[in-house]
Design a protein. Sequence first.
Lengths: 220, 220
Amino acid sequence: MNDHDRIAVAVDVVICMLQNEALTVLLIKRSDQDRWAIPGGIIGVGESLQSAAVRILEEETGMADVYVEQLYTFGEPDRDQRKRVVSVVYYALIPAQQIELKAGSGTDGAAWFNVDELPRLAFDHNEILDYALTRIRNKLEYTDVGFQLLPEEFTLTELQTAYEIVLGEHLDKRNFRRKILQANILHETGGMRTGEGRPAKLYRYRDGAFVEVKARRLFP
Amino acid sequence: MNDHDRIAVAVDVVICMLQNEALTVLLIKRSDQDRWAIPGGIIGVGESLQSAAVRILEEETGMADVYVEQLYTFGEPDRDQRKRVVSVVYYALIPAQQIELKAGSGTDGAAWFNVDELPRLAFDHNEILDYALTRIRNKLEYTDVGFQLLPEEFTLTELQTAYEIVLGEHLDKRNFRRKILQANILHETGGMRTGEGRPAKLYRYRDGAFVEVKARRLFP
């Protein structure tokens, strides 16, 4: 048996959703661990990394058509006391909705946790979540990740609220609207959100808009 | 033997340096392959991913204190015909200098290649290099990666040339200087580069400057 035969490759998936004015992450209680953990599992020998991520997401949430992206690979030798496991971590962003959690095999339960109120997790999973949140916050500005957390149509207030929750800070309303409209990444649907308060215009994200924004870079 | 015991974990390192007005990458001729390849190897059971990357860099170039960052993990089941290998890819950026290539064990030679004139490489290594170059180009604008390719002290012309080579496009001199000075990421050393032409002011990158630039983001 060679050295490398003693190393296992896992895929873990950080699944995030906005709910109750908070950014939440799906955690599972594994049968073999006292602590909550990010859902994941060992990859199959014929399974690509991305396929494993999509499979794990589907096992936990029943959802298939979701934004999934590779985050980082964690491989410190002592991150799992039982065996050397290299974990390729993905993250998935889901628009707010009712989801019936399924708790895959080998788990005793699943639940959403506010990212600001996490317990101490199994393995290096607190570190992984810190890394994931930093990445999502950084990407909010120059990619469409923010829109993955929203329904297809949204008001500017809903958009601002989503950004405020993820960034964890208050944004000036007038400034936010001016910048987001100047960036030319939205288009009006023509519809209005009615309900409490004044009716508000509905917007959609303009597909590919951030690619153009990115092209207007610092050194053109 | 379980499925996961048949998967090996490798670390590959994309090593880039500017030379002769080109961005070049270090490739090796592996004894077991007809084609040139990115240097790399199977990780040791007690070795972290980052340590493996630093070890490979040192084996090939003799250099230790170099900017190394994880890029992406490639794990398609068929990327290596002989065995399932998941490869965690790092990239390293080296300031231009004379390097005595050492060609580590299991290799028949090593050489620098212009990234715009690559042969067909082993495995999925062309795809990996495409991905690496895209990442480096994108990060040029909002991180200090560009400065990793330069000596500690440089003129604005040298900086512009480095950016032009990496981006593969001409930049307007006046525009470039205005933007780079406005961004407040450099400080003058007080020294001058003399030689051919007019003496030119020497600059250094202001450590951590890009963290501040990043903080001045689209939605403050």
